[in-house]
Design a protein around this ligand. Structure first.
Ligand SMILES: [Cu+2]
Length: 272
């Protein structure tokens, strides 16, 4: 059964693949860089700041595991959030798609993916981002930088493939979602440290988006593995907060949103 979707999404013409950041072709990496570079200059609802400020400061609309109860909106909320930023990128560079940060691969390649690091003599829009004036004023007051910064740990502390696979095996969706969030997602935020380690300003780092795309990819893999969408049908009509204009039901199927991750998840029937 396919969840009914509202018209703007149904018109998505084709499924695009979100690739590992390590696997982007040079033209795809350029599209990503150009896209981030372009939306950073926008001051409207397609602007990078517009989306970054929704997650943490000042709007604080992101969803995380509830302390108790089981209506965990962490994965649906962030899927809708990534989708909106990807559409914003595509208004400027139509070939841009969000790549995912392959944490286990980064254990071997030395940490933060090279695509997100500074490039000598060049501007890399993925390496950092300025905070908007309101936020920069606050961070400066705290003695912190006025643009995003990272203090990554030892690459060997990033999640292993075995750790990722073990979480994918968890059968209960809320168990899966919470464990993924707390044990891997939080850990990688903390591993990057700097602004990525502070929820209020994490989304201003371009790396945040690759990190969360990995989280979203793991949900997509879990959906295929367990032939389940995840959230209980009772919450499918729930509107995801913050003006994302999507319900939980709208984001259960990545194909309906026009994207997929890789051959391993493509063209497989995922039923609820
Ligand atoms: Cu996060």
């Amino acid at each position: 059964m396919v969840t009914p979707l509202r018209s703007p999404i149904l018109t998505t013409p084709r499924v695009r693949h979100r690739k590992s950041i390590e696997k982007l072709r040079p033209d795809q990496l350029k599209a990503l860089r150009d896209g981030f570079g372009a939306i950073k200059t926008l001051r409207d609802t397609n602007g990078f700041w517009f989306w970054a400020e929704l997650h943490g400061a000042p709007k604080n609309k992101c969803e995380h595991s509830p302390e108790n109860g089981y209506d965990n909106l962490f994965l649906p909320w962030h899927r809708a959030y990534l989708y909106r930023l990807e559409l914003a990128l595509q208004t400027k560079v139509s070939a841009a798609t969000l790549p995912w940060w392959d944490w286990p691969a980064s254990r071997d390649s030395g940490g933060v993916p090279a695509a997100y690091e500074d490039i000598a003599g060049e501007v890399n829009p993925l390496a950092s981002a300025d905070f908007p004036p309101l936020i920069a004023e606050l961070t400066a007051k705290e003695g912190m930088p006025t643009s995003t910064w990272r203090e990554p740990g030892d690459a060997r502390r990033l999640p292993t493939k075995a750790e990722v696979d073990a979480i994918l095996e968890l059968k209960d969706f809320d168990d899966f979602s919470r464990t993924l969030e707390v044990q891997l997602h939080n850990r990688v935020h903390g591993w990057v440290r700097g602004s990525m380690g502070i929820v209020a300003i994490a989304a201003y780092d371009p790396l945040f988006w690759a990190h969360h795309t990995m989280v979203d990819r793991l949900w997509a893999l879990w959906q295929v593995l367990h032939s389940s969408r995840g959230p209980r049908p009772g919450i499918w009509k729930r509107i995801l907060r913050g003006g994302l204009d999507l319900t939980v039901g709208d984001v259960l199927d990545t194909h309906a949103l026009g994207y997929d991750y890789a051959a391993s998840t493509a063209h497989r029937e995922v039923d609820s």
